[in-house]
Ligand binder design. Structure first.
Ligand SMILES: [Zn+2]
Length: 298
């Protein structure tokens, strides 16, 4: 496989390139060994339509999200389990990886941590490619739906947007509304149109489609099953009362998402012998500040 840095670009070169030896250059052999290693199911969570759940994923475990009944988009938040100030940073991830993520991409944490939280090791939709409108799958362009923008745009109140679902899910873990952050929209196809406007297309997920992450640190994750369901009938507000075309309402487009957490089987633990949790960058400056400890006494 040709390294990105040796590619002759026929378009503007990416701003961030995974040069050999860089932390951006993923060891594909290692992650494909993780993917293929025997594993044991440790826990399983079903997230019903229009709700959210939070759950811990220990470092080196694998978390698998799947759509057992068909298309449904999910809004994902991630924190370090011990330190929720370290959380997923969607916009830097978009720059370091891409606007839409797939196998071997990583999700990065915010400053001053800036280290991988997870690496994607499996994606049954990795060959989705680009839709006729330029849409791609597993979206980092957008964010979660929320009741404030809903009120702003429609004047309506609705309490089960992804933002609200995520808020309720993390309260038992001691987190607050202010801990909810920009998401990765799994199973969601989006893009920018010719005018640079954000658009969404119906989710292509079929029963059994999945995406899998390797946990690079001890994590708390929360996932909301979007009230827009598979986004085939997306509109603002509740949208479930009146039947649309063919009597189908937005609620009919809503399904569960299954979460499974696996541990690599003991027989294959050797794979992990050289794995280490990434350290944060060793910047020790103070942003140019010199802060005195106290009074200078001559
Ligand atoms: Zn949503």
């Amino acid at each position: 496989m040709e390294l990105e840095s040796r590619v002759e670009w026929k378009e503007p070169q990416p701003a961030y390139i995974a040069s050999p030896g860089s932390i951006l250059h993923v060891d594909r052999e290692f992650y494909s060994a993780i993917l293929n290693a025997p594993r044991n199911l440790k826990s399983e969570v079903i997230i019903p339509p229009r709700s959210a759940k939070a759950f811990n994923v220990p470092a080196t475990h694998i978390v698998r999200f799947s759509t057992p009944s068909g298309p449904q988009v999910g809004d994902l938040n991630i924190w370090n389990a011990q330190n929720p100030r370290e959380r997923f940073w969607a916009s830097r991830t978009r720059q370091l990886q891409a606007s839409h993520v797939t196998i071997y991409d990583r999700l990065w944490s915010c400053l001053p941590y800036l280290r991988p939280m997870v690496t994607i090791i499996g994606d049954s939709l990795s060959d989705f490619g680009v839709s006729r409108w330029g849409g791609r799958c597993h979206d980092l362009l957008g964010t979660r739906c929320d009741p404030y923008v809903n009120k702003l745009l429609t004047g309506d109140d609705y309490d089960f947007h992804c933002h609200s679902n995520l808020v309720r899910s993390v309260i038992p873990f001691g987190l607050l509304e202010s801990d909810i952050h920009d998401v990765l929209n799994i199973f969601q196809v989006t893009g920018l149109n010719g005018q640079g406007k954000y658009f969404m297309e119906a989710s292509p997920a079929k029963p059994g489609d999945f995406i899998e992450f390797f946990a690079e640190q001890d994590l708390l994750m929360a996932l909301s099953t979007c009230p827009g369901g598979d986004l085939s009938r997306w509109g603002w507000g509740e949208g479930s009362a009146e039947g649309g075309e063919g009597g189908k309402s937005m609620l009919d487009c809503c399904r569960e998402i299954k979460v499974e957490i696996f541990e690599i089987d003991e027989r294959a633990r050797d794979i992990l012998k050289d794995w280490k949790e990434a350290k944060r960058p060793e910047y020790t400056g103070m942003h140019g500040m010199k802060v005195p400890e106290g009074e200078t006494i001559a």
